[in-house]
Every structure is written in C-alpha cells, then in structure tokens.
Design a protein around this ligand. Structure first.
Ligand SMILES: Cc1ncc(C[n+]2csc(CCOP(=O)(O)OP(=O)(O)O)c2C)c(N)n1
Length: 957
C-alpha cells in the first residue's frame, strides 16, 4: 500500500470509534482485497467495494472514500454511506469479538512458530507466548462454541472458535514452525498460507512414500554405525541425529527432476553428514570410501590431495522427469565459504544454458546452525541473491540445526538472535523450522520450500532442528561439556527407532521385514556397491561443461599461445568497440578518452592501458570466449580508465559496446559488484572453476582490499588444484603501487601471493605496458591450461605516456615475462644491472636519463611466478662486463618480491656476483602516511639502485 495512503488510513482509524481494533489488520485486509477481492470475507468485501480502487491517479478519491467508510464505522453520515454498509459495519462493530478472532488467526500466522513442537530434545526455552492466548485477544473459553467467520483461513468460511483454535494449533504449532509473515510480497504470503493451512500440520503421504522414508533412515543410521565399527575412532562427522537430511535431499532431487524439469543441482555442504550424503544420495561407491578410510585411494594426477570429508563428487541420478546431474562442491574446512562458490558455479551453469530464469539449475546449500549464524559470508551471500550480476534465482538453504557448534551450545554462546536463521530475513526469505524427528513433516517442508523457490525465484530456508548423537567428531566426548543435553540424547530413541515404531503401528512393515531391510542395506554397503538405485552407472555426463574442460584438463602449466592479432583485425575491432549509438552524448572527459581511442585504433597515437584492455576483451569475444568482469567500480574503472559501460549524459541510459557487437554469440558482463570482497571473489572462483571458456576477472578496488577475501585466496585459488585437481582460470586485478596515498591503497600485498606460489599453482604478474596486459589477458584464455592469474595492476601508470604501446606491439609479439633494456644499445658498456618489477621501472628510467647514465641496464621482470629463469638469464647474458647487480623495489624490504624471489634472481645471475637490495627498509605498514616522507623514500631507493648515493658519498668524501 502506498505509504501516504497508509498514513491517512492510520490517522483516520485512530480517530474512529473502532480505534481499539487492529488498524494494521484492517490495512492488511484492504491490501489483500486489492490483490484479490475474494480473499476477504463477504462483509469486508461489501465494505471495501464502496471504495474507489487505489492507484496513483485516484489516490485523492480513495482517501475521501476511506474517510467516508470510517465515518460510517462511527455512524456519522458520510458522502458514500449506504444502508448496506452501515448494516454490515454495525454487525461487526457490535461484535468486536469477530475481529479478535481474526487477530488471533493472524497472531498464529506471525508467532505460531514460537510454540511449535520443533525440538526433538524438547528443550524449548521460549516460554509463554501471550499473543497466542485467547485472553490476549479478549476471548475466553466461553466463546469456544460461538461460530465465527474464518476470514482468509484456508477451510470453511465459518467455524466455532474451538475449531479455529484447533486448526491454528495443528497448522502452526506442530512439527513445522513457519516464519513467513515478514515477507514483503502478499502473493507469496498467501501462497505459503495455502500450502500450510491446507494440510493443518498433518501431511498425508502414501504408504510407499513412508516406506521410502524408512529406507532413507535405515541407510542414514546404519551407514554411520557400520563405519563406526569398521573404522573405530576415525573422523567422519556423523549425521546421526540429523538423518532426515537424506530424505530431504532425495526429495529435492526427485521433485526437481520430475515436477520442475531441473537439469542440474549444485550442492554445497560442510563436514557434517557429508560422507553419508555422498554414498546414500549421490551414489559414490562405498568401496571408494573405504579405500579413502584405509588410505589406499590412489591420488589422481599426482596431486597432494585432501581429506575425504572435503572431497567433491558428481553423478547423474534418474528421476521420473529424466536424469538430473548432481554436483557436490569440494570445500575447505572453513565453514560457509563454499556457499558463494556454489552460487558462482550455478550462475555459470545457468548462463551457459541461457537459463536466465533459474528454471534448469538449482543451488542447494547445507549449513550448520552455529556457522550459519556466525559467519559473515552467509550475509554476503544472501545479499547477492537478487542482485543483477550474482543472482541464481533462489537457493534452497538447509540448516542441519543440531543445536550445538563444536562445544558451544546454541542460545548462550553462538548468537544473539532467537533463531540461527534470522539472517535470512534480510532478503525476506521464508524460514521453516521443522522437527528432524518427524520425517513426514520434514518431507512436506522440503516440498514446500522447493515449490516456493520454483514459483518465486527467491531464497528459502529449512531449519531442520535435530541433535548430534556423538561429539563434534567421533573422538570427542560430549558429556564433558554438555552433560544435560547429552543425557537427554542418550535417553531418547533415534529418529529411525521412532519412525519404525510409527510404521509398525500403521502395519506397514513387520519386525522381520525391517531387520531384513537393514541386513540388505548393510550387505550392499559391505561389498562396496552403489546403494543408490537412481544412480546412472554409465559414464554419460549431463553437465554441459564436461566437454569444454576436456581441452584443458590434462595439461601441465604451459603458457604458450599466439596472442598477437593482425593490424587489419586490430583496426576493425577497434572501430567496432568505439561505435556509439546515434545521439549518445557522453561526459566530456569520457569523450576525450574515446576520441583518443579512435586515434589509437588506427595507429595514430600509442595505445593506452584502458584501450588495450578493452581490445583484449573484444578480440577474445570474437574468438568465441565470454568475458565476465566484476569489482566494486569495474564498469567505469576506479581510476577512470576502462569505460566499459558508457552513460548518456542527457537521459542516463547506459550503453555497453561489448554487449552490442553484431553477430557475436559471446557474452560480456561487467558488474559493479556489491561492497563485498569475500563472497564476490568466491563467487567468481566458483564461476571460473565451472566455465573454462569465460575470462572471469575479479577486480579489487584497491589491491589490499583483497585481504578481506584471504580465505578464498588461501583455501581455493592457490591450493584448489593440488587438493582437488580443480582447475581454475580466474584472474585477479589488484591495483598496486606506492604512490603516496598512505598505508592503505598502496600495496596489493604482492608478497602474500608470492609466498603461496608452488607447484605452478598460479601466475603472478606485474605488467608495465599496455601491450603487456593485452597479451597477458589473451594468453590466459588461449593457452591450453587453466591456472589462476594474479595481476598487480597499475594506478598512476594507467596514464603514464611511456606505458602506452605502439600498434605494432599488438600485431607482433606476445606477453614478455621479462623485458630487457629498451634504450641503451651498447651492451658492452653496461657495468650495472638493475632488476625490478612494476612501476618503479619508470622512476629508475627517468632518473637514469636525467643523470645521463649509460652503463646501467634496467631489466623488468613482468612475471614473478612461475619465475622466468631462462628469459632472465638470456637478458643478463647480453652484458659481459656487468659486475654489479641490484634488485630494486618500492615496497618495504619485508614485503614485495624480495624475500620470495631473490633466490630465483641469484640463480640467474650466477654465484660469481652478489645481488644487493635497493628499496624501502622493513616496515610494519606497507607505506608511510605523508606524501613528503613517501617522496623522500622513493628518491632514496631510486638513487640507491642507480648507484647515485655511493657516488655522492664518494664525491663528498
Ligand atoms: C571458519 C571456521 N571457523 C572454525 C572452524 C572450526 N569448526 C569446525 S566445525 C565447528 C562447529 C560448527 O558448528 P555448526 O555450524 O553448528 O555445525 P555442526 O558441526 O554442529 O554440524 C567449528 C567451530 C571451521 N571449520 N571454520
């Protein structure tokens, strides 16, 4: 409802004689009526019918109308008063109890979950909820047999208060506690209401379904028990206490395939129950798992590997609607960080299928209760859920809420919110708390959650409240820290015990048949078979990316690629890139840049960084690759250099040249990201590990902000290939350079990346010329392997004239890992060699020219890892008379490349010579806080590298 209208409604209501009734309730009813007149009772419909419909044009009129109605409520004559309305209002006004009954219904919808029977340990600590009592609504047991209108409650139009109360109790206070009244969309609320109220808390499943549920529980419990006795004391993070998870997942897969025509499901989950899910849901053979327990599993591709409960898996599972490809993402120990990785992977799958409505690929995230409430990345991931560049059109979240995190129990230690799921309310997601000991309620809620996601393309949360049968891992003794909780757990029957008793009572199974079922399951497990009958055993893969990865999977690091393009192509692409729609006035500073680019495109002036970067994108797109670039300011470029998106200064329209290429199937997406580093970088990693043919780039606004995403760098980007044989061509743009802007905004922490480098796990480059970034980006896609690429990108250098490159550098050549001396031609004169990386090269160069020094060669190392030893040696070998070698860096001595790379440089120089250091001294912060001190330091280190300081000292001496 329009806020202004709401406001006047409230005012009018407050002054009416019925002010004691619930204004919010009337408002809600009026809202509902506007959406669907049949959703309110006849009396209210008659009343509201007399109001002109509220819309922008008739707002004034409707005010008057409402006023009249309210006057009529007070029995004062009004303009639109009719006999009929007075009669209906009179009856309602006189029977305020009717309104109270409606308020009671509303109270249950809002707060029934507080009294729901969702905790299998029955420790509910909420206490009395007075809003749910009859007395709170001025009703009493004397009213129980009075018949009332049921309003929008699903079911009969009228019922006694007793019946209404029973319906409410069974719908909202049994095994399902539904939180959905916080949703902003009335249609969604109504939809959920219908779903819940139509069964009144008692889902009615077929006996076949019940036997399926029993089978899943047998598998869940006996899988764990089997491992417990076969591998005593080994960590497996048992699912026991939360076995209903299996039927949830199985239902999601089957219903997705059969009802919703989903083709792929991507699951992210932590340690708890992972092995159980892999074997009992996804069809990993128990033989494979046993080999992992016994340490006999061959480590594929000679990688260093990971523990068994972090391994991913994928399989194809039969459903009535066709096969569904199910992938479980590899994940590190670090809880919740896999969530955005899965989202990125799903987005890549959706983009590839052109599934822009999210109808074919579904993300499912399984969380622990403590981690869900505790980890900030959960909030960041929710924040992505409806955003342009990151939405996957809704995720099904499942919380295995065993009410404990390691040894921290829920209420006191792990959070400040009532539920561990409260964070999900930020995106208006419905949350269904469900008792894990009631498998049928769990199943119903699963169907509801999935159907909701498919109907509304939004996130939904199932909070399965359960318990943890053992300690955090099998080695822990939980009685030591949670004696009360574990006394309850030890004295209660398991989920399986309870459900078997239920089935026994219904005569669905005998004790003997039950024992037989257990025996058969264990026999299949023991011999190492697939225990999932839906598993499609042939190797036919249904993921569209399997083919795409074939090209890259078995290649060791090999950066060879032809990256130059012909002059004709360059000019043609340049013009394509610069073609604007007619009458598209851009800002004058942008126009200046675009005009210069027109001259660059024909070779009139050297090509600058911004244009070179855009030319890399368009040339790759014309060769069939997609480009996805995200970062906090990426469309324009933080340093005003990129302008991938152009803005019409007169009407605010945007125009993205790379999205408007004629006859081009490749996608280009540039996104100004959310203000997050951790989730966004993880998302882009997920995208890059899934789609090898999209150049996926994450750009930090300033390089050091990437430290907010350190877990993604440490746990995935640098180690993913060795742990999981997971290849990734992700590019990180990290603006780097000490330019006097203070301790932050200066250093991208080059040293951190170099310290992580080993086994050709990633490439770390510092290109210093426009042609270098062009070739480097093209190399990343054209080479026959996928390895992360970390680029220290420039800031001031973006506009340095000497960093621009002539056209021939694009039509000939490649990315040079080392750039030798470019000006001094007489190699024999060279006595001193300075090695450096990055923008300090230009400072050294300028000062050398200024001083007229002709015996110093400056060699740039543009790729620090994998270290270009051969290329560097070749350059050094040119200078037979050189006897002084200096490494110059602008970063402090304890930072930059010095510690990680000096051994490579020393080995290129040879044992005969010493490599000295010219740079800032060791510093706690990456840079100083004042420009004057910065300049002083910079001058000193440049002078030192060029040998000017020693000379000064000698002359003075
Ligand atoms: C980021 C991170 N911090 C700490 C840990 C150590 N840790 C592993 S499991 C766990 C408790 C998790 O509790 P919960 O999320 O409720 O899942 P549960 O183990 O109970 O299923 C902790 C603290 C971790 N793995 N990751």
């Amino acid at each position: 409802m329009d806020l202004k209208v709401r406001h006047s409604l409230n005012e009018l209501w407050a002054s009416s004689p019925l002010a004691s009734l619930n204004a919010a309730y009337i408002e809600q009813m009026y809202d509902d009526y506007l959406q669907n007149p049949d959703s309110v009772s006849e009396k209210w419909r008659t009343l509201f019918d007399q109001l002109p419909r509220i819309n922008a044009d008739t707002e004034e009129v409707s005010h008057t109308g409402i006023k009249d109605i309210f006057k009529s409520l007070g029995k004062s004559a009004g303009k639109h008063q009719t006999k009929q309305s007075v009669a209906s209002i009179d009856s309602m006004a006189h029977d305020a109890r009717q309104v109270h009954v409606l308020q009671l219904i509303n109270a249950y919808r809002f707060l029934g979950h507080l009294k729901a029977d969702t905790d299998p340990l029955e420790q509910n600590t909420v206490g009395e909820v007075k809003e749910l009592s009859l007395a709170n609504h001025q009703l009493s047991s004397a009213d129980l047999d009075t018949v009332f209108n049921t309003g929008s409650l699903v079911g009969p139009d009228t019922a006694s208060l007793r019946e209404i109360h029973e319906i409410l109790q069974s719908t909202y206070c049994r095994s399902i506690g539904a939180e959905y009244m916080h949703l902003t969309c009335t249609e969604e609320k109504r939809w959920i209401q219908n779903y819940l109220e139509s069964i009144r808390g008692k889902p009615d499943f077929s006996n076949e379904t019940r036997m399926d549920l029993l089978h899943q529980l047998i598998a869940g419990e006996h899988f764990e028990k089997y491992l417990h006795t076969r591998y005593v004391g080994q960590k497996r993070f048992s699912l026991e206490g939360g076995e209903s998870l299996l039927s949830m997942l199985r239902e999601i897969i089957h219903r997705s395939g059969s009802r919703h025509q989903i083709k792929e499901i991507d699951i992210g989950m932590a340690h708890r129950g992972r092995l159980n899910v892999l074997v009992n849901i996804m069809g990993k053979t128990s033989a494979d798992l046993f080999m992992e327990f016994e340490g006999k599993k061959e480590n594929s591709h000679n990688r260093t590997g990971d523990v068994k409960y972090h391994m991913g898996f994928s399989s194809n599972l039969k459903t009535a609607g066709g096969p569904v490809h199910v992938a479980m993402a590899f994940n590190p120990s670090h809880l919740e960080i896999v969530a955005p990785v899965v989202e990125g992977s799903v987005r890549a799958r959706q983009d590839h299928r052109k599934d822009h409505a999210g109808k074919e690929v579904l993300p499912v995230l399984i969380h622990g209760d403590a981690a869900f409430a505790g980890q900030g990345v959960v909030m960041e991931t929710f924040n992505m859920s409806q955003s342009r560049g990151y939405s996957t059109k809704g995720t099904v979240h499942i919380v295995i809420n065993n009410q404990i995190g390691f040894t921290s129990s829920n209420q006191e230690d792990t959070r400040s919110t009532l539920y561990c799921t409260d964070v999900a309310k930020m995106v208006s997601a419905p949350i269904f708390h469900v008792n894990g000991d009631d498998p049928e309620a769990v199943l119903y809620v699963t169907q509801l959650a999935l159907d909701y996601r498919m109907a509304f393309s939004r996130d939904v949360v199932i909070d399965m409240i359960c318990y943890r049968q053992h300690g955090h891992s099998e080695a822990d003794e939980p009685m030591a820290t949670q004696p009360m909780m574990y006394t309850r757990i030890r004295n209660k029957p398991t989920v399986l015990d309870k459900y078997f008793q239920h089935c026994l009572k219904l005569n669905l199974i005998t004790e003997e048949e039950y024992q037989e079922k257990i025996k058969n399951y264990l026999a299949a497990l023991h011999v190492g078979k697939h225990v999932v009958y839906e598993f499609i055993p042939d190797n036919h893969e249904h993921s569209p990316f399997i083919e795409a990865w074939h090209k890259y999977n078995n290649h060791d690091y090999d950066p060879m690629a032809v990256t130059a393009i012909s002059e004709e192509t360059f000019k043609k692409l340049g013009h394509e890139l610069l073609a604007l729609p007619e009458n598209f006035p851009v800002h004058r500073s942008v126009k200046k840049i675009l005009d210069a680019r027109l001259r660059m495109a024909v070779g009139e002036i050297p090509v600058d960084w911004g244009f070179a970067e855009n030319m890399a994108y368009i040339s790759l797109m014309r060769e069939g690759y997609n480009v996805r670039l995200s970062g906090q300011d990426s469309a324009r470029g933080t340093f005003f250099h990129r302008h991938a998106t152009l803005l019409n200064q007169e009407n605010g329209d945007t125009y993205v040249p790379l999205r408007n290429l004629e006859n081009c199937d490749s996608n280009f997406l540039v996104i100004n990201s959310l203000l997050s580093e951790e989730a966004v970088l993880a998302f882009e990693y997920g995208y890059a590990i899934t789609d090898p043919d999209t150049l996926t780039i994450w750009e930090a606004q300033f390089g050091d902000f990437a430290n907010n995403a350190q877990v993604v760098i440490d746990q995935f980007i640098s180690a993913g290939e060795q742990k999981w044989n997971q290849h990734c061509g992700l590019v990180m743009f990290l603006p780097h350079g000490l330019e006097g802007q203070g301790p932050e905004h200066s250093s991208a922490r080059l040293e951190r990346y170099l310290q992580l480098c080993a086994q050709n796990n990633m490439q770390v480059c510092i290109p210093t010329a426009a042609s270098q970034i062009f070739h480097l980006l093209r190399r990343q896609m054209l080479m026959q392997c996928r390895v992360p690429l970390i680029i220290m990108t420039p800031k001031s250098l973006l506009r340095h004239p000497d960093a621009s490159s002539p056209l021939e550098k694009f039509t000939d050549g490649q990315f040079n890992t080392v750039i030798g001396e470019t000006v001094l031609k007489d190699d024999d004169k060279i006595k001193r060699i300075i090695l450096c990386s990055g923008k300090v090269y230009y400072d050294l160069f300028d000062k050398r020219q200024e001083e007229g020094l002709e015996d110093i060669a400056i060699i740039r190392i543009e790729q620090l890892y994998p270290f270009p030893a051969k290329e560097l040696k070749e350059q050094i070998a040119r200078y037979k008379n050189a006897d002084t070698f200096v490494w110059c860096q602008e970063e402090p001595r304890n930072q930059g490349a010095w510690f990680s790379s000096q051994h490579h440089m020393r080995s290129a120089i040879g044992k005969k010579y010493y490599l000295s250091y010219a740079g800032r001294p060791s510093l706690a912060a990456p840079a100083v806080g004042t420009m004057s001190m910065h300049k002083q330091q910079q001058t000193l280190l440049v002078d030192k590298a060029l040998g000017l300081i020693q000379k000064t000292v000698k002359q003075n001496g």
